[in-house]
Ligand binder design. Structure first.
Ligand SMILES: NC(=O)C1=CN([C@@H]2O[C@H](COP(=O)(O)OP(=O)(O)OC[C@H]3O[C@@H](n4cnc5c(N)ncnc54)[C@H](OP(=O)(O)O)[C@@H]3O)[C@@H](O)[C@H]2O)C=CC1
Ligand SMILES: Nc1nc(=O)c2c([nH]1)NC[C@@H]1CN(c3ccc(C(=O)N[C@@H](CCC(=O)O)C(=O)O)cc3)C=[N+]21
Length: 280
């Protein structure tokens, strides 16, 4: 292996320690509510990790777990109650939602000032316009990791693999704002390996286990693996074939212990930011 492995767990611990110190100095505890509907197994891990991290950093955090058959109206009523609750600074509705619920409508119902996921159209629009707002946690965490690893951003050729609203698109916006030359690739991209090979910064967010092979990576590239894929044998792997890619890349994030912990730390940072803005 030649690549430096970026320790997302350690960077996240550092960020959480800074946030904990800031929270301790406040006359109130920032309030975070996670709404989970049904039993999506991947959400279970995330919600558990988040609860532990939020409590340890001094946040007032709770998960509201609703049954899988919850109606859209009932979920909208829950969101409205959290919007109206002055003790709640951040609201996160865990995705995916069951099929009877339209996620877009639910996200649009969240008070943009409490939208710590940064998924509300108002916050997405602010990001696109270069205005301050709440930024989606995963792409925000990736930017922290790139900066921590000392990766040169201005002028760098960056490729984002994936164009989802929650990862790919906001990731591309943040890299663009940092003066990268950004390409967004997706399932209709012609010759994906060739596009990847041109990238000095490669961010993979496709949800396809180990799809990105070693010979797709430019020598010395910074490789950020957002993918979280649970294999049949229980192993957790990313969207990048780690060992192959690490033989070629300059630096690379592992799964687990890469982007995932940063997502949670950034959720806490967004909650603190939302609390300070709301209560100012
Ligand atoms: N570490 C973390 O904190 C987080 C990790 N994740 C993980 O990141 C991954 C991506 O998540 P998310 O963005 O929500 O996923 P989505 O399924 O919403 O989006 C996947 C994207 O990848 C593209 N894609 C799918 N298959 C291929 C292919 N064979 N070739 C090229 N492009 C393809 C899709 O293209 P098209 O648009 O054309 O369909 C789409 O744009 C998942 O593994 C998820 O679990 C997600 C959130 C947080
Ligand atoms: N509204 C909403 N916001 C989200 O941000 C959101 C979501 N819904 N739905 C699901 C995805 C996925 N996601 C993860 C975050 C952290 C880890 C994480 O902590 N991963 C650790 C541990 C993984 C493990 O041990 O299983 C790691 O990668 O090291 C995983 C997955 C957030 N998401």
């Amino acid at each position: 292996m030649s690549a430096r492995v970026i320790d997302g767990k350690a960077v996240a611990e550092g960020l959480r320690a800074t946030l904990a110190a800031r929270v301790q100095a406040l006359p109130f505890r920032p309030g975070l509510r996670v709404v989970r509907v049904g039993e999506d197994p991947a959400s279970g891990v995330y919600v558990r990790n988040k609860d532990r991290a939020a409590a340890a950093a001094g946040f007032d955090s709770a998960t509201i777990h609703l049954p899988a058959e919850t109606s859209q109206d009932a979920l909208l009523a829950q969101v409205a109650a959290l919007n109206a609750d002055p003790a709640v600074d951040g609201i996160l509705v865990q995705l995916p939602l069951p099929p009877q619920i339209d996620a877009q409508s639910v996200i649009a119902a969240i008070d943009p000032a409490k939208d710590v996921d940064g998924f509300h159209p108002i916050n997405a629009g602010r990001l696109a316009n270069g205005q301050p707002g709440l930024v989606p946690c995963t792409p925000k965490g990736v930017m922290y990791l790139l900066r921590d690893a000392g990766v040169t951003l201005a002028g760098a050729r960056a490729l984002v693999l994936g164009r989802s609203t929650i990862v790919g698109k906001p990731m591309a916006q943040l890299l663009l704002a940092a003066d990268c030359t950004v390409t967004i690739a997706h399932s209709r991209t012609r010759d994906l390996p060739a596009e990847c090979r041109r990238a000095e910064i490669l961010v993979a967010a496709v949800g396809r286990p180990e799809m990105v092979r070693g010979d797709w990576i430019a020598p010395g590239a910074a490789v950020i693996d957002v993918g979280i894929n649970r294999l049949a044998d229980g192993r957790l792997v990313g969207d990048v074939a780690f060992a192959e890619a690490a033989a070629v890349a300059g630096c690379i994030t592992p799964v687990p212990g890469g982007v995932g912990p940063m997502t949670i730390a950034c959720l806490l940072e967004n909650t603190l930011d939302a609390a300070l803005a709301r209560r100012a």
